[in-house]
Design a protein around this ligand. Structure first.
Ligand code: MG
Length: 263
């Protein structure tokens, strides 16, 4: 894979003078992976880097996260940027907003699943069950290694009925099981929605740059293939659709501040 910081001159040639849309995952991309979701706080440096980027009139910033929209908004809390929550099922930009209609209808099912999960996982220390409205997560980063298979088994057994009916699907992230409505919508679709929305409001086409670290970001990498630049954040090489790699969050910050400088 191409290490992005070695290819900045190439990239400059591709994007200089163009309007750009910077699409960013949050956890593992803008903040290091931490033990509990609550601990993932933007560093002061990252915050001011994002702040200066969003003030650039030729650049649009979008945060696309698996967290709920309200959660990601309050963590980043910058105005004038796009926010997409629940893997893109809910999107907001100033007074414009979108919620996937089928996902909205399945909120009750997601909350029912969470209330089925809670008692069954009750005696497993370290798990975190998160009802995020349109989707849910079961985090097991803090669960002892010998209990992890049990967590997966319990979740799969409760999910089986819903999955069989075609209502729900499960995806995996870094030490997290994601419970999502079985609809044809993902971070890639959210990226397309954001780019189209910019295309309608603005006069010019915009060059997309997507940075993410996890499996759900692969859909977004695919969505901008041959249209923009995709970057995987990973400490080592991986099977990915992304064109470039950065090794950690600090390198993401370096790249973002470079992007702010080239204009
Ligand atoms: Mg991530």
């Amino acid at each position: 894979m191409k290490y992005l910081l070695d290819f900045l001159d190439d990239l400059k040639g591709r994007i200089e003078g163009q309007k750009k849309t910077l699409l960013l995952d949050y956890d593992g991309t803008l903040t290091p992976i931490v033990n509990t979701p609550r601990e993932a706080i933007l560093s002061q440096e990252m915050r001011s880097t994002l702040e200066s980027l969003k003030d650039d009139p030729d650049l649009v910033v979008a945060i696309i996260s698996g967290r709920s929209l309200s959660d990601i908004k309050s963590l980043v809390s910058l105005d004038g940027i796009y926010y997409a929550g629940n893997h893109g099922m809910e999107i907001e930009y100033e007074n414009e907003s979108y919620v996937h209609p089928d996902a909205k209808n399945m909120k009750d099912m997601i909350s029912r699943i969470c209330s089925e999960l809670k008692p069954r996982l009750d005696n497993i220390e370290g798990k975190i069950i998160e009802d995020k409205g349109l989707t849910a997560s079961v985090h097991y980063r803090m669960v002892s290694e010998e209990n992890v298979p049990r967590v997966k088994e319990i979740v799969s057994s409760i999910m089986a009925r819903y999955v069989e009916k075609g209502d729900i699907k499960m995806t995996r992230g870094k030490k997290v099981l994601e419970i999502r409505p079985n609809i044809d919508w993902d971070k890639g679709k959210a990226v397309e929605w954001v780019l189209e929305s910019i295309d309608i409001t603005g006069s010019d086409r915009t060059f997309p740059i997507y940075i993410g670290d996890d499996r759900t970001d692969e859909d977004a990498f695919l969505a901008i293939k041959n249209k923009g630049v995709s970057v995987l954040v990973s400490s080592g090489a991986k099977d990915t659709e992304a064109e470039y790699i950065l090794y950690n969050v600090e390198e993401v910050r370096k790249f973002l501040s470079w992007l702010g400088r080239i204009g």
